[in-house]
Design a binder for this molecule. Structure first.
Ligand code: NAD
Length: 506
């Protein structure tokens, strides 16, 4: 046999393939997307975009694997989840570096992302308890009734660029633990973490076909949303796409939870600890370059606290170290793409024309050739301005000044989004009233980013979530299972008789 060894191409780009039936599968569409290192601005990989047929191949692999996977005992599934937990824990830094190289976030933040995802995997190690059912003995004479929850079949996840490891974990971990098989369509901007996950799950002992990855764009998403063999779709991304995904998936008979964008307001009352509020605002607005759905993008300063708070934020901003995420001293990395960086910068550019005041301009002095933008602070931002209405999704913090608590809450409640919100105050009574009044799914009291722990569920209200189940936690288990109620009687010749009446309790 003659072997041909090809000379390596100069600066050959890494090719990122699909993962179907337990192995990497090269795309055949001839269509692909460029993946960049946002810190250098250079392309680092090329990702295959799936055809409708390739999505179908992944679904068929998942459908075939479902037969065996749903029969795995709960004990075996739990054991496998403990293996997965150990492997992810051991190799946290490895995947975190992948996140840094394609997303741009700093390494400590990337490790934080994986750690929060790991909490969901740990929750799923308790699947025997989570799937424990209810039993009513002697509901009628000689009759017992019990409720059980069973998996749906093949389910799919479509995920955003900003948490390329954690958000997929929110989906695949509970889906698999409940006995479903999974097709993931990750963001095309930073797709390597999903392939890393697929390889790790195989190493942990997951049978081939239980977890599949198809990369791509609208073609792949539409193929998922309309596929007759997919029972449910979880989506996380921007609101217009979330709405589209929800409407398309449900009109094709699927269960769907579609989490959308956000505009998270942080109310600061006059009695707040100003230093604590300023630390929280800077951390929550500029962490991960503001590319978090739970980022604080809008401060609502009540009364006289505004000037003091703004001064405190202004003194902190110059100390935020912006740089390559692999540099341990960096606290904030670049944005994900050049286009996104330019779009975010345009809000700062246009703010004065809208009547707002740019107090700190992050377009000045951004380092290197990457997609960097430094933190910006804009005062006197008001409803109606684009800087107020849009989810900017970058390191731009707006401040709105109001006179009262009522005005502040009104602003939050009028906003079309309802993901997260926070209040900073020393007054327990007002904080409690805020929790009662506010229309948002996740509320922080002196906590700026109230992402629920894994044993509660995550989800917003209004345009931040389409569907009626929040993600992960107890609602995640409900989403990925359906109920069945069994009414049972064992033959007892002593009580048996013909009775044509409607069954009644006896
Ligand atoms: P996005 O909506 O652009 O993309 C999300 C997914 O949808 C990706 O997989 C993408 O390939 C796909 N997609 C994009 N355009 C599509 C189209 N026209 N048709 C079909 N599919 C399409 O979101 P993004 O920019 O990757 O992520 C940022 C957004 O995600 C922000 O709005 C952020 O608030 C939101 N987000 C929300 C949460 C939450 O929990 N609510 C969490 C993280 C991110």
């Amino acid at each position: 046999m003659t072997e041909t060894i090809e000379a390596p191409r100069a600066q050959a780009l890494k090719q990122i393939n699909h993962w179907i039936g337990g192995r990497a599968v090269a795309g055949t569409s001839g269509r692909s997307g460029a993946v960049y290192n946002p810190a250098t601005g250079r392309q680092v990989a090329e990702v295959d975009f799936a055809t409708v047929e390739e999505v179908d191949a992944a679904v068929q692999a998942a459908k075939a694997a479902f037969v065996e996977w749903r029969s795995f005992s709960i004990a075996k599934r739990a054991e496998l989840f403990f293996n997965i937990r150990e492997l992810v824990h051991e190799r946290k830094e490895e995947v975190a570096k992948i996140l840094v190289s394609e997303h741009g976030k700093v390494l400590s933040d990337a490790i934080g992302e994986v750690t929060r995802g790991l909490e969901v995997i740990e929750y799923c190690c308790g699947i025997p308890t989570l799937l424990k059912s209810e039993y009513s003995e002697q509901a009628s004479t000689g009759i017992d009734v019990y409720s059980i929850r069973q998996p749906l079949g093949v389910v799919a996840g479509i995920t955003p660029f900003n948490f390329p490891a954690m958000v997929p974990m929110w989906m695949w971990a509970p889906a698999l633990a409940c006995g479903n098989t999974f097709v993931l369509k990750p963001s095309e901007k930073d797709p390597s973490a999903s392939v890393w996950t697929a390889e790790l799950l195989k190493e942990a002992g997951l049978p081939d076909g239980v977890f599949n990855v198809v990369h791509g764009d609208k073609t792949a998403v539409d193929a998922v949303l309309t596929h007759p063999d997919i029972a449910a779709v979880s989506f996380v991304g921007s609101t217009p796409i979330a709405r589209y995904v929800y409407e398309t998936a449900t009109s094709h008979g699927k269960r769907c939870q579609a989490l959308g964008g956000a505009k998270n307001h942080m109310i600061v009352l006059p009695d707040a600890d100003v230093d604590m509020a300023a630390d929280a605002a800077v951390s929550a607005a500029y962490g991960s370059a503001g590319e978090r759905c739970m980022a604080i993008s809008q401060i609502v300063a009540v009364g006289h606290v505004a000037d003091e708070l703004i001064e405190a934020i202004k003194t902190r901003i110059p100390k935020v170290k912006v740089g390559d995420g692999m540099d341990p001293s960096s606290e904030m990395g670049p944005l994900v793409t050049r286009e996104h960086r330019d779009k975010v910068a345009s809000y700062v550019e246009n703010a004065p024309g809208e009547g707002a005041d740019v107090l700190v301009d992050g377009r000045e002095g951004a380092p290197g050739d990457g997609f960097f933008l430094k933190p910006s602070l804009i005062d006197n931002v008001k409803p109606g301005m684009k800087a107020y209405e849009d989810e900017i999704f970058g390191p731009v913090l707006g401040v709105t000044r109001v006179d009262s608590y009522d005005e502040a809450v009104h602003l939050v409640n009028e906003n079309p989004y309802g993901n997260g919100t926070a209040i900073f105050t020393r007054d327990g009574g007002v904080a409690r009233q805020f929790q009662f009044d506010v229309q948002a799914g996740m509320v922080g009291i002196n906590v700026p980013i109230p992402v629920p722990v894994a044993y509660h569920s995550f989800g917003g209200w209004k345009a931040s979530l389409f569907g009626d189940r929040h993600i992960y936690g107890p609602e995640g288990i409900e989403f990925y299972t359906r109920g069945k109620v069994v009414t049972s009687r064992w033959p007892d010749p002593a009580t048996s008789k013909v009775d044509l009446g409607f069954p009644q309790t006896r």
